[in-house]
Structure formats: structure tokens, C-alpha cells
Write a protein that binds this ligand. Structure first.
Ligand SMILES: *Cc1c(COP(=O)(O)O)cnc(C)c1O
Length: 355
């Protein structure tokens, strides 16, 4: 890819993170399986750096508008970001966030590492008020799984104005739907496991920042805590990333169609869909028993946790003990994939009507 042309994200997704175009060079990076390197200038050891990670980081950093670091999982990246909180500091976070993140924050609160201050992310004034004396604000928009949408520009500007560090988990959006660094976020974090890798075959995380001092701290955390990705996982994620724009376009179009039809479905009491993205949550009229029966009845949708894969998945979130009680017991989270929308509808409609 030429450096002096400004290509669109779709083109950069395809073209970046490739070896220099010298005769005989491969079209894409290899899977660099080496724990060590010949001494001298350049890479030294496999926990410090790896050229397959770097290829993935080049693409992801470019798309988010910063400098990326790949981690062994989304949670490893989240944990690194939470470590930016000073000892005994205060973290403001939505009442509903990804439950792994939520459990980790609770654990750090219990052990006096930090104090968690929960807010309703849709109440911008309340979030801004909670920033007083806070050290870090954690945001997800839409939240998992309640799909609450925060006013990111307003909250991020307020955080910056008050010197509160801000981290946005952009997993649900990907940089194609939202670019929080441009809105003033200090760090963006991803579960690469989901839409970015996109094929339900890797667990991987990443974070992106424009701040070189933060980048250095987070890089040091990754190295010293050993929170590194495997080269094979990084390669699979990069391969998946090449088609992100196509997958996301189809998944979002499918989701918009399904959300509209579900809103008119007799067996559905409530549809949550923020109007964008590929995640929908529904609450069946019949309650928890019906939701569980839907999980057992679907034949095309995969009854499984996780999201963002090419295959459509659904699950009743409260089957996880870590899911808070404020999430309705019967709430089914649907991760809409790239299959034919009529096939998806038929399977879901049948399951809802017969459950
Ligand atoms: C899955 C998920 C995570 C955790 O990522 P892992 O790769 O499973 O560690 C974090 N945030 C969100 C929004 C997620 O959906």
C-alpha cells in the first residue's frame, strides 16, 4: 500500500500489516514462531515482541487512530488498563459492563486496590458528576448486554477536562462504527476474539492509545505480566480482520432487519437494539422458561456465549452467575452473523413460536 494516498478504512484493512514489497517477499506476514532472536539490534525475546503481533497492531492501530498493543485476551488488555488506576483510586463505570470486566473491578474493589463507582451511562449529567475526584472512567457503548448507549463525546470531553483517564471498550462497535480516540478517549480496548477476528476461533485482546507515555506503561505491563498473545492467534486475527468491513456490513444489515421483525413478534415482550451494530437483546413474553426453550430449540442459531463471529449465536445471559440481577432473567442476547437473513428469521421465529 502506498503511504502517500489516503485510502478508506476498507482498503487499509486489506492492505496494511504486510511485508515490504520487495521481489520475492510474501504477500502477507508469516506466523513467527520463535521464542528468541539472534543477539544484536532488533527483536530480542518472544515475550517482548513478535513480528506477527506487529502486523496485527499496525492494522488495528491505524483503524482506531493510535498505536496498538495486542494482548492474550480481551481481559488481559482490560486488566492492563485497570492497572493504570493509582492505588486506592476511583474508577467510574456503567452499572452494566461486560461481566468479566465487572467481576474484575469488583475483585479489585474488595481487595482495596480501587473503589468502583457505578453509574447509569445514559444519564450523562450523573456520569459527569461522578467524575469528580475520580481517576479513571470506564465506558462501553452500547453496554453488554443491556445495550445502553452513552453520550461518548460529552463524557469523554468532561473526563479530559477534569484530568480523568478514560478507557472505552469498543468491542461491540469495532473502529468501523466508532472511533473513541477521536472523541477524546485515552485508551480503546478490544476483545479481538469477537468481531475483529470474527470466526470464533481465537481468544485475543488489544488496546490502542495515542499517548506515548500510556503506551509505554501498557507495553511494560504486557511484558512484565506476560499478557502476550500467541503468534498463531495474532495471525488468525489479522486474517479475520481483512474481511471485517464485509462481515460487519452484512451482520449489521441482518440485525437491523431482525430487530424490526422481532419488534412485531407476538412472543417477544421487549427488543433492545440501539439502531446500529449486530447485537440485539430480546425478552420473550413467556419469561425465563421460554428463553431456555428457545436456546434448546434453535437449529441454525448457535446456543453459545460469545459474539461477533460469522455464525449467529444466542444465549440467555443470566445463565452466568456473574451477570447482575438487573439484567432480566429472560433476556436473550443475539449476536447476528452473516448468514441469509431469511434463514435466520425462520429459525428464530419457529423457536419463539414453539417454545
Ligand atoms: C468478550 C468481551 C470481553 C472479554 O474479552 P475476552 O477476549 O473474552 O477476554 C470484553 N469486553 C467485551 C465487550 C466483550 O464482549
Amino acid at each position: 500500500m502506498s503511504e502517500d494516498v489516503s485510502y478508506s478504512p476498507a482498503t487499509r484493512l486489506v492492505g496494511l500489516g504486510r511485508p515490504a514489497r520487495t521481489p520475492g517477499a510474501p504477500a502477507g506476514p508469516g506466523i513467527e514462531l520463535s521464542s528468541t532472536y539472534v543477539a544484536g539490534d532488533g527483536p530480542a525475546y518472544g515475550r517482548f515482541t513478535n513480528r506477527t503481533w506487529e502486523a496485527l497492531e499496525e492494522v488495528l492501530g491505524d483503524l482506531e487512530g493510535g498505536s496498538a498493543l495486542a494482548f492474550g485476551s480481551g481481559m488481559a488488555a482490560i486488566s492492563a488498563c485497570l492497572e493504570l488506576t493509582p492505588q486506592g483510586g476511583t474508577v467510574v463505570l456503567p452499572q452494566h459492563v461486560y461481566n468479566g470486566c465487572s467481576s474484575l473491578v469488583d475483585e479489585l474493589d474488595r481487595t482495596d486496590r480501587l473503589t468502583a463507582r457505578r453509574v447509569d451511562p445514559t444519564d450523562t449529567a450523573a456520569v459527569v458528576a461522578a467524575l469528580a475526584d475520580a481517576d479513571l472512567v470506564w465506558l462501553e457503548s452500547p453496554t453488554n448486554p443491556m445495550l445502553e448507549v452513552a453520550d461518548l463525546p460529552a463524557i469523554l470531553a468532561a473526563a479530559r477536562g477534569r484530568g480523568v483517564l478514560s478507557v472505552v471498550d469498543n468491542t461491540f462497535n469495532t473502529p468501523l462504527l466508532a472511533r473513541p480516540l477521536e472523541l477524546g478517549a485515552d485508551v480503546v480496548v478490544h476483545s479481538v476474539t469477537k468481531f475483529l477476528a470474527g470466526h470464533s476461533d481465537v481468544v485475543l485482546g488489544a488496546l490502542v492509545t495515542q499517548d506515548s507515555a500510556l503506551h509505554a506503561r501498557l507495553h511494560s505491563h504486557r511484558t512484565l505480566h506476560g499478557a502476550i498473545p500467541g503468534p498463531h492467534e495474532a495471525w488468525l486475527a489479522l486474517r479475520g480482520l481483512r474481511t471485517l468491513h464485509l462481515r460487519l456490513e452484512r451482520a449489521c444489515a441482518n440485525a437491523a432487519q431482525l430487530a424490526e421483525r422481532l419488534a412485531g413478534h407476538d412472543a417477544v415482550a421487549q427488543v433492545r437494539y440501539p439502531g446500529f451494530g449486530a447485537i440485539i437483546c430480546i425478552e420473550p413474553v413467556g419469561g425465563r422458561a421460554t428463553a431456555e426453550q428457545v436456546e434448546r430449540t434453535v437449529r441454525l442459531w448457535l446456543p453459545a456465549t460469545s459474539l461477533g463471529g460469522v455464525e449467529s449465536m444466542l444465549e440467555r445471559r443470566r445463565r452466568h452467575a456473574a451477570e447482575p440481577e438487573s439484567v432480566p432473567d429472560e433476556l436473550l442476547r443475539l449476536s447476528v452473523g452473516i448468514e441469509d437473513v431469511e434463514d435466520l428469521w425462520q429459525d428464530l421465529d419457529t423457536a419463539l413460536r414453539t417454545s
